[in-house]
Write a protein that binds this ligand. Structure first.
Ligand code: C2E
Ligand code: CA
Ligand code: CA
Ligand code: CA
Length: 275
């Protein structure tokens, strides 16, 4: 039995090694992916629920690897965060978003907003505000067209530095959204302490709308609170017309989800939604 135990142990080790080798390989490939043009942004529309009018889009990262195929962001973004690669990748995302806004403005769509996701790790860069300011200036787009989405984890803010950065970003004139609202550590007190403009209701709540009275009550409560605090509400993961109708009735402002459109490359987005 001692023999068997050692065998199991070795098997486990081999499995671990295999997995960490895969991880290292993926991180190395990701490091080169950006320069090799394997990363791209897809754009998902956000609609005004009352009229169905296009309000703007969220930019979502895609990685098409010749070696691994299409790697989902839920797989490679955590790796990018752990390895620190999210910093250069995040800079690239911001630059691309400002360029896309410049294109939209050049085409006359000056009312559209574009939302970019920011990882908590990107708040370690003390020059984050200067970097965002430089991109906005380079592309000559109004800061008010840009939305930055952060999750509740960013707002845990142990040292007060993140708070300074968020206020610095706000001072540029852009808007801040809380992503996946209601799924993280939410004491709600941060809604008063941070300069938040937009709440994005997580799709877990939207999914159960109309099926679960608790989900309806939660969305209603979030929208009511948002209204009282003069925040805008965007519902994520809207897949059905029933959900959209309920969200509108429950006083949500905007909807994003497959009902309105899937994330797609800029040319397809423009052809479908900006004609
Ligand atoms: P997220 O920011 O919550 O983005 C929304 C996710 O929901 C996207 O997944 C989107 O494709 C998906 N989605 C949109 N509508 C629907 C719907 O109607 N039904 C369903 N089932 N799903 C819908 P995606 O593109 O796979 O991205 C996953 C996550 O990766 C994002 O979640 C975000 O946390 C992260 N991510 C994506 N791009 C970036 C980026 O540029 N920077 C950072 N830091 N994170 C990113
Ligand atoms: Ca997001
Ligand atoms: Ca989200
Ligand atoms: Ca999410």
């Amino acid at each position: 039995s001692k023999e068997l135990g050692r065998g199991h142990h070795q098997f486990f080790r081999a499995d671990m090694n295999q997995r960490s080798r895969e991880r290292v390989q993926l991180i190395n490939r990701l490091r080169r992916a950006q320069e090799g043009g394997e990363l791209s942004l897809h754009y998902q529309p956000q609609m005004l629920l009352s009229s169905g009018q296009l309000k703007g889009a969220e930019a979502l990262l895609r990685w098409q690897s010749p070696q691994f195929g299409s790697v989902p962001p839920d797989r490679f973004i955590p790796l990018a965060e752990d390895s620190g690669l999210i910093e250069p990748i995040g800079d690239w995302v911001l630059a691309r978003c400002c360029e896309t806004l410049r294109d939209w403005h050049a085409a006359g769509h000056t009312q559209l907003t574009l939302a970019a996701n920011l990882s908590a790790r990107q708040f370690r860069a003390r020059n984050l505000v200067q970097k965002v300011a430089a991109e906005i200036e380079r592309c000559a787009v109004p800061a008010s067209s840009l939305v930055l989405e952060v999750t509740e984890s960013v707002l845990l803010d142990r040292d007060g530095l993140t708070r300074d950065l968020l206020f610095g970003l706000k001072d540029l004139g852009l808007r801040l959204a809380i992503d996946d609202f209601g799924t993280g550590y939410s004491s709600l007190s941060y809604l008063r302490r941070f300069p938040v403009d937009i709440l994005k209701i997580d799709r877990a709540f939207v999914r159960d709308l109309g099926k679960d009275a608790d989900a309806d009550a939660l969305v209603r409560a979030i929208a009511g609170m948002a209204r009282a605090l003069k925040l805008t509400v965007v519902a994520e993961g809207v897949e059905t017309a029933e959900q959209a109708a309920l969200l509108k009735m429950l006083d949500c402002d905007y909807g994003q989800g497959w009902l309105f459109g899937k994330p797609q490359p800029a040319p397809d987005f423009a052809r479908l939604f900006m004609a």
